[in-house]
Design a protein around this ligand. Structure first.
Ligand code: ADE
Ligand code: ZN
Length: 332
């Protein structure tokens, strides 16, 4: 079997996906029409053409503006349904999906609108296709810790549907330490914890995420390589890194996919995983991320399987389910 066929055939999991970052330009266009919203684009092609970024912030500005078309329960259902349909096509059997409540509550769209939409699509995908899904509520780090506390409190009736709490948005200038107290509360409530760190921010932000927030996983984390002591810790403790190759390329964390360090980190024994982050904005869903690693870095079959198995290991699935999926990957 060729590597490309194996990428498609293997059962996979995705651990770093922002649902708002899976909004397809065609759906954005359709919802803008439905709600009479004036977009600053005159066609679907013009939306696609606008997706050129110089750094994380230049992307986030467009991403938050795009999310404004999401207004009612059915919009959130359609958004989630479209991504889960893609999971089915790509043979993603388990996914842990981030959502940004503040992107919606700041516009007056409450949990009572987006959660029922998300959950309706998730239930349907479970029933029809057997896809398993967990949700990660993410705080926007450019906002205050106070607002993160409010966001957590507003979610209370939805806690049974949420597995983990995360931290995303503009990294530089908003270190993990800014959110230490709210993550103490998150931990006391029994949630898993993830945080974006070491994407654009320095290795020190990864230390803070580990020591102050006590994260279960680091989102991105590719800059851990700049600090040998940190690299050793991440390796020794097998702290998962949810790496997003196409995102790193499109946000200019790297200039060329051939510079990506993911296979170096894998071969050094780190628990790195492959993910799509915001696939519609960065030009590829999960399989395309694997494909680009093959084309640019010569990822071989053993490395591919190791990456896929790492994702199951790093997931929040029960141990028995992890082992069942890993055995299936090994057998292919
Ligand atoms: N929100 C959506 N995608 C993100 C990313 N790659 N980094 C930080 N915040 C995000
Ligand atoms: Zn992300």
């Amino acid at each position: 079997m060729s590597i490309s066929t194996l990428i498609k055939t293997l059962p996979k999991t995705e651990l770093h996906l922002h649902i708002e970052g899976s909004l397809e330009p065609a759906l954005m266009w359709q919802l803008a029409g439905k709600h009479n919203i004036d977009l600053p684009y005159d066609s679907v092609a013009a939306i696609e053409a606008a997706y050129q970024f110089s750094d994380l912030q230049s992307f986030l500005d467009i991403y938050y503006a795009g999310a404004d078309v999401l207004r009612d329960e059915d919009d959130f259902y359609q958004l989630m349904w479209a991504y889960l349909s893609r999971c089915r096509e790509e043979n993603i059997v388990h996914t842990e999906i981030m959502f940004d409540p503040q992107t919606h509550t700041e516009r007056g769209i409450g949990y009572d609108i987006f959660m029922p939409g998300f959950l309706r699509a998730i239930e349907q995908a479970k029933t029809e296709w057997g896809i398993s899904v967990q949700l990660i509520l993410s705080f926007l780090r450019h906002l205050s810790e106070e607002e993160a506390f409010d966001t957590l409190a507003l979610a209370e009736t939805w806690y049974p549907h949420i597995s983990a709490i995360g931290l995303d948005s503009s990294e530089l200038g908003h270190p993990p330490e800014k959110f230490k107290r709210v993550f103490d509360k998150v931990r006391a409530l029994g949630f898993k914890i993830v945080a974006h760190a070491g994407e654009e921010g320095p290795a020190d932000y990864i230390w803070q995420a580990l020591d102050l927030l006590q994260v279960d996983r680091i989102d991105h984390g590719v800059r851990c390589q700049e600090d040998p002591a940190l690299l050793e810790r991440v390796k020794q403790e097998q702290i998962p890194l949810t790496v997003c190759p196409l995102s790193n390329l499109k946000l200019k964390v790297i200039d060329d996919m051939r510079q990506h360090n993911i296979l170096q980190l894998l071969d050094a024994g780190l628990l790195v995983t492959v993910n799509s982050d915001d696939p519609t904005y960065f030009g590829g869903y999960l399989n395309e991320n694997y494909e680009q690693l093959h084309q640019a870095l010569g990822m071989n079959e053993a490395q591919l399987k190791a990456l896929v198995i790492n994702s199951f290991k790093a997931s929040f699935l029960p141990e028995t389910e992890k082992q069942q999926w890993i055995a299936k990957v090994d057998a292919l």
